[in-house]
Design a binder for this molecule. Sequence first.
Ligand SMILES: C[S@@+](CC[C@H](N)C(=O)[O-])C[C@H]1O[C@@H](n2cnc3c(N)ncnc32)[C@H](O)[C@@H]1O
Length: 228
Amino acid sequence: MQKTTEYLCRHHGGDGHKAAEKTIQSHAKNHDRDFQTFWHRHCDRQLSDKASVIDLGCGPGLWLNELAALYPNARLTGIELAPYMLDRINGLATNINIIIDDLNNPTVDIPVHSVDVVLANLLIHELHQPVTLFSKLRSWLKPGSVLILCDMVRQPLADYLEHQYADINLGSHTPDYEALTNAFQHFQEHNRYHPEDLIQLLERCGFKVIESELFKNGRAVRIAAISV
Ligand SMILES: C[S@@+](CC[C@H](N)C(=O)[O-])C[C@H]1O[C@@H](n2cnc3c(N)ncnc32)[C@H](O)[C@@H]1O
């Protein structure tokens, strides 16, 4: 776990406190109306009164708290590893449980076929590989239950630079060396998968993809898949 924690801290820019703050600031954007429409379209039918829901890489737990307000009798679980994210979890509703585990190779004991909905929002690109997790999810999810996966996908370097350095003309101004190195590392780590890679990987791991849609001008994908 220590190695993954160090990897994550570097991936998050080397400053955990700042990364957690950024996650809190971008919570509304990352769970906006389009996300919620997608969520309700695929999850409402699974979310009976006593449903079990897991938020993988739940960060500071804000989405879990929103779910608790909607589903006060559901069993809500967050799984998270980064200490600076865990430190920012507070004021959790009583039906939320947080588990500390490394989702690269989860060791948490979740009963077979006990979970109704799993969310992985901006998690998969941070894993060394997602196959072990997908295999665990197939065991945890009830047959026919749903995984919602949202993540950044491949984008041309030009689009990334436009987003990252919108106000800077690289022809006349060279950003700081460290910042540039981090930006190119960040580009690579957010460029792991094409949307089709994720869809095919899920299908090879025993899921049936029922809907996918691009957002952020094609820089991200939302997928709903059921465990078959
Ligand atoms: C980009 S943040 C997204 C947080 C939250 N899901 C959201 O949408 O606001 C990714 C989260 O996944 C967590 N994470 C990444 N790799 C992990 C791992 N191997 N095990 C557990 N959590 C992990 C990170 O610490 C971070 O909190």
